[in-house]
Ligand binder design. Sequence first.
Ligand SMILES: Cc1cc2nc3c(=O)[nH]c(=O)nc-3n(C[C@H](O)[C@H](O)[C@H](O)COP(=O)(O)OP(=O)(O)OC[C@H]3O[C@@H](n4cnc5c(N)ncnc54)[C@H](O)[C@@H]3O)c2cc1C
Length: 371
Amino acid sequence: MRNVLISGAGVAGLTLAHWVREAGFSVTVVERSPGLRSGGQAVDIRGAALEVMARMGLGDRMRAARTRMRGMSMLDGEGNELFRSEEHVLSSGRLDSGDVELLREDLTAMLHELTEDKVEFVFGDEITAMDQVEHGVRVEFEHGGWRTFDFVIGADGAHSTVRRLAFGPERAYTKHLGQYLAIFPTGNFLALDNWQMWFQDRETHAGGAVYPVRDNTELRVTLGFSAEEMDYDHRDVEWQKKTMADRMAGTGWEVPRLLAAMADAPTFYFDAMAQIHMDAWTTGRIALVGDAGYCASPLSGQGTSLALVGAYVLAQELGDDFGAYEQRMRPFVELNQALATENPAGPPAEESIERAKNAISLAGGASAVAG
Ligand SMILES: Cc1cc2nc3c(=O)[nH]c(=O)nc-3n(C[C@H](O)[C@H](O)[C@H](O)COP(=O)(O)OP(=O)(O)OC[C@H]3O[C@@H](n4cnc5c(N)ncnc54)[C@H](O)[C@@H]3O)c2cc1C
């Protein structure tokens, strides 16, 4: 049986693991963290990605886990309400839409459950070197020595190690969008009832969003600021928390309490709003999927749908090579990446999202995965 190594157990990696196994390959997933990563805000599943979830038998489960927001308020830096809506929320769009918003960690948990008995998972390890040989790729693991695979797929996110090893340094592919954000949980000390609070401080150029999850018992907090590209260590959480606190200093409303909560938050996610643009996502027997190859940034709202659809199409096309993976995905990726920059002052137009989310056919491919 031919074998595939997937680096990264996020949305792209887990979805790919399922479909590549279905196509008859033996699959190993290596994840740098000691377990599945939790944390983050809710993410959106739209258009073609809803069909990928349905084909995995996860449609009902996904809908049962969806967020149940009633609406949102927009505040200024002092906490004064500028407007409110019971029709739209900024995190996901129209509340009567058929699209699904759910916590990233709920999605990865259901994808992991689908694959855990069929796939070899190696947590707490990562690839340190790769060498393409005649019919495969020799891979060195930090803790596990060398092994050989028929294919290696980088599903290891925007700061992908597979991309660096196979395609070169990240800076050649990054497009910085001028913002940084942090996401962390805390208790629902604002007593919010399925209601989102967004705020924007024109003085400090800082802003964010707070909303309740888990039956209103917990808040997920997003804080963000505008800045030119910064050079920093992606694993240095202390520096990231300090930078966020410094940049938010002077912002009013409940921000001082939110910053106090950030100091000892159990999970913490920090990253630049940035995109990855590459001319090619495959080289020899190595390919990239999801944020590793075509990160669209949270500003697009489509990173998770791109990961789900990209993984499905890649599994369909995996045969002796990567088939028409790039050709089928590129127009879809371009339309979805464009959502992040279409409207610098706010979310993209609804018509643009409608067009982008369905701009690919799931029919096709050479593998045993249904077209
Ligand atoms: C903890 C977390 C929280 C997030 N929260 C949000 C959010 O609130 N809103 C939003 O829009 N997007 C968020 N994202 C990004 C969002 O999940 C992705 O844009 C989207 O789902 C595409 O997923 P992906 O699988 O391509 O990448 P990711 O979701 O980033 O998954 C990549 C996986 O690869 C692992 N990994 C990284 N480097 C290595 C390595 N060298 N070796 C092995 N494994 C590695 C990571 O630990 C992670 O599990 C978050 C990502 C993470 C990791």
